[in-house]
Design a protein around this ligand. Sequence first.
Ligand code: CAO
Length: 566
Amino acid sequence: MALVEVQVPDIGDFDEVTVIELMVKVGDTVKTEQSLITVESDKASMEIPSSTAGVVKELRVKLGDKVKQGSIVLVVEAAATAPAAPAQPAAAPAPAPAAAPVSVSNTAPAQQNIAGAAINSVAGIKEVKVPDIGDFKDVAVIELLVKVGDTVKVEQSLMTVESDKASMEIPSSHAGVVKELKVKLGDKVNIGDVIAMVEGAGAAAAAPASASAPTPVSSPAQLAISAPAAMAAASSSAAASAVAAPAHNPTIAPTGSLPHASPSVRKFARELGVPLGEVKGSGPKGRITEEDIQGFTKSVMSGAIKTLAAAAASPSGSDGGAALGLIPWPKVDFAKFGTVERKDMSRIKKISGANLHRNWVMIPHVTNHDDADITELEAFRVQMNKENEKAGIKITMLAFLIKACVAALKKFPDFNSSLDGDQLVLKQYFHIGFAADTPSGLVVPVIKDADKKGVLQISKEMGELAAKAREGKLSPADMQGACFTISSLGGIGGRYFTPIINAPEVAILGVCKSQMEPVWDGEKFAPRLMLPLSLSWDHRVIDGASAARFNAYLGQILGDFRRVML
Ligand code: CAO
């Protein structure tokens, strides 16, 4: 098997960059395009991908080394099927056209064209276009750094775009006043796209070629916040926009100094929901590393630090509301009006409260209500329980609901998904959470692989998990991995309610108490046992028509459970 030297590709104007992160070690198996090291200059932060799949045999660079185009990064023993790359010139990690930083560097010659093309002056108003960003296609706008009316200088960054390997700020090719922004958060842009109109301040200079280069940087955006806002903006629902808007509140997003981190670290932060702007970087020049994200997560989990979102979730704390830019929470001396007693919130309530608040603020919720006729199903359940009395397992309506939801999730897979940036993660498994009321607060144990289990087994597991929940003995594993949650208040009462989605899930079913109701059967009113259903769904992923169909299908199954087998 051939030994292949992986070299730093053409990184254009960014020569003599410093190795600031080693992402692989000797013995690691790497794929083509897998990031190997992160390099940085004062203007750039980018990951150098492998041109070859195979096993790392030797590392030729160490932290702090200066490298440039053609420097050998490491030696890979190429996998049998991997395309041999050593004969490639230094600048071309050829088999990897999509993500190579070579695309960033290739900007140098083409930039000049772009800089020229950008001078499209109509009555002093000039177009600013996306310069050559090489092979990067359809990069997402993740942050707008200016707004209409702002005065910008040549080279001032207007917005940040991101691919999976690099993030870049797109600079203005002209000085003047921003008259129009042609893109919004979440839009995908490509070379040559007009992103802004700038009214020149007299003789606005066209940017020199190098000035037009996109500047790969660590992103200042808090993606967890900006992405949902962007998607909501594209939504047709006014309610969705209204709910999502505060989530992008600039008082939450970091302002001023920009978090400094590589794309992979930012992706990692996004996956964990870590607000990058609140993490202190321990790397060179305050760069945020993966370890910093892990450390921050541990500190939040242990309660040593609080995120701004969690602070905002604290309803009566001194910071209540301030982080969201709201007026302060009312401070009242209740004792003035009568005797009071103070009680600490339970740990579960504090944790679930912060989660519920984040989910409520960040997810554009909509709830569809419907009814299911469970007359026959309830009769069957009662009958089964009589027959099974000796076995000691009580079959609950909730167990039937779990099975029915699995069938509906199979028919409407978007409900069995999670949002990850611009992608929808569609799950091929069916783990269903159910809200359980305990003396210390609300918990959500999970029935794993509910599609592979019968109603009896689900009832048994639910009984065991609910008992563990009440005793405070649920393990983290008992509460992880849910695809969809059911919150049943059926044993208590009520008609309908608005359950809050358990992020990162995209829907939740609320169930209330069934009642005998007169239902018109075409000829007369007949007494039927009707179960009220309340389905909350994330309008970024699901639309009203799908939600109505989901509920209708659920109703059909609950009305005739034989349909579950179809
Ligand atoms: N309609 C009418 N009766 C119902 C019903 C429904 N939809 N669902 C349950 N019942 C009945 C049961 O049949 C049972 O009656 P019997 O004792 O006569 O047999 C009784 O209500 C109690 O049921 P249960 O609550 O013990 O069992 P369950 O399977 O319905 O629920 C559990 C189990 C753990 C979900 C429940 O105990 C619980 O904690 N529910 C609260 C969930 C919650 O708080 N959700 C809100 C979240 S948002 O704050």
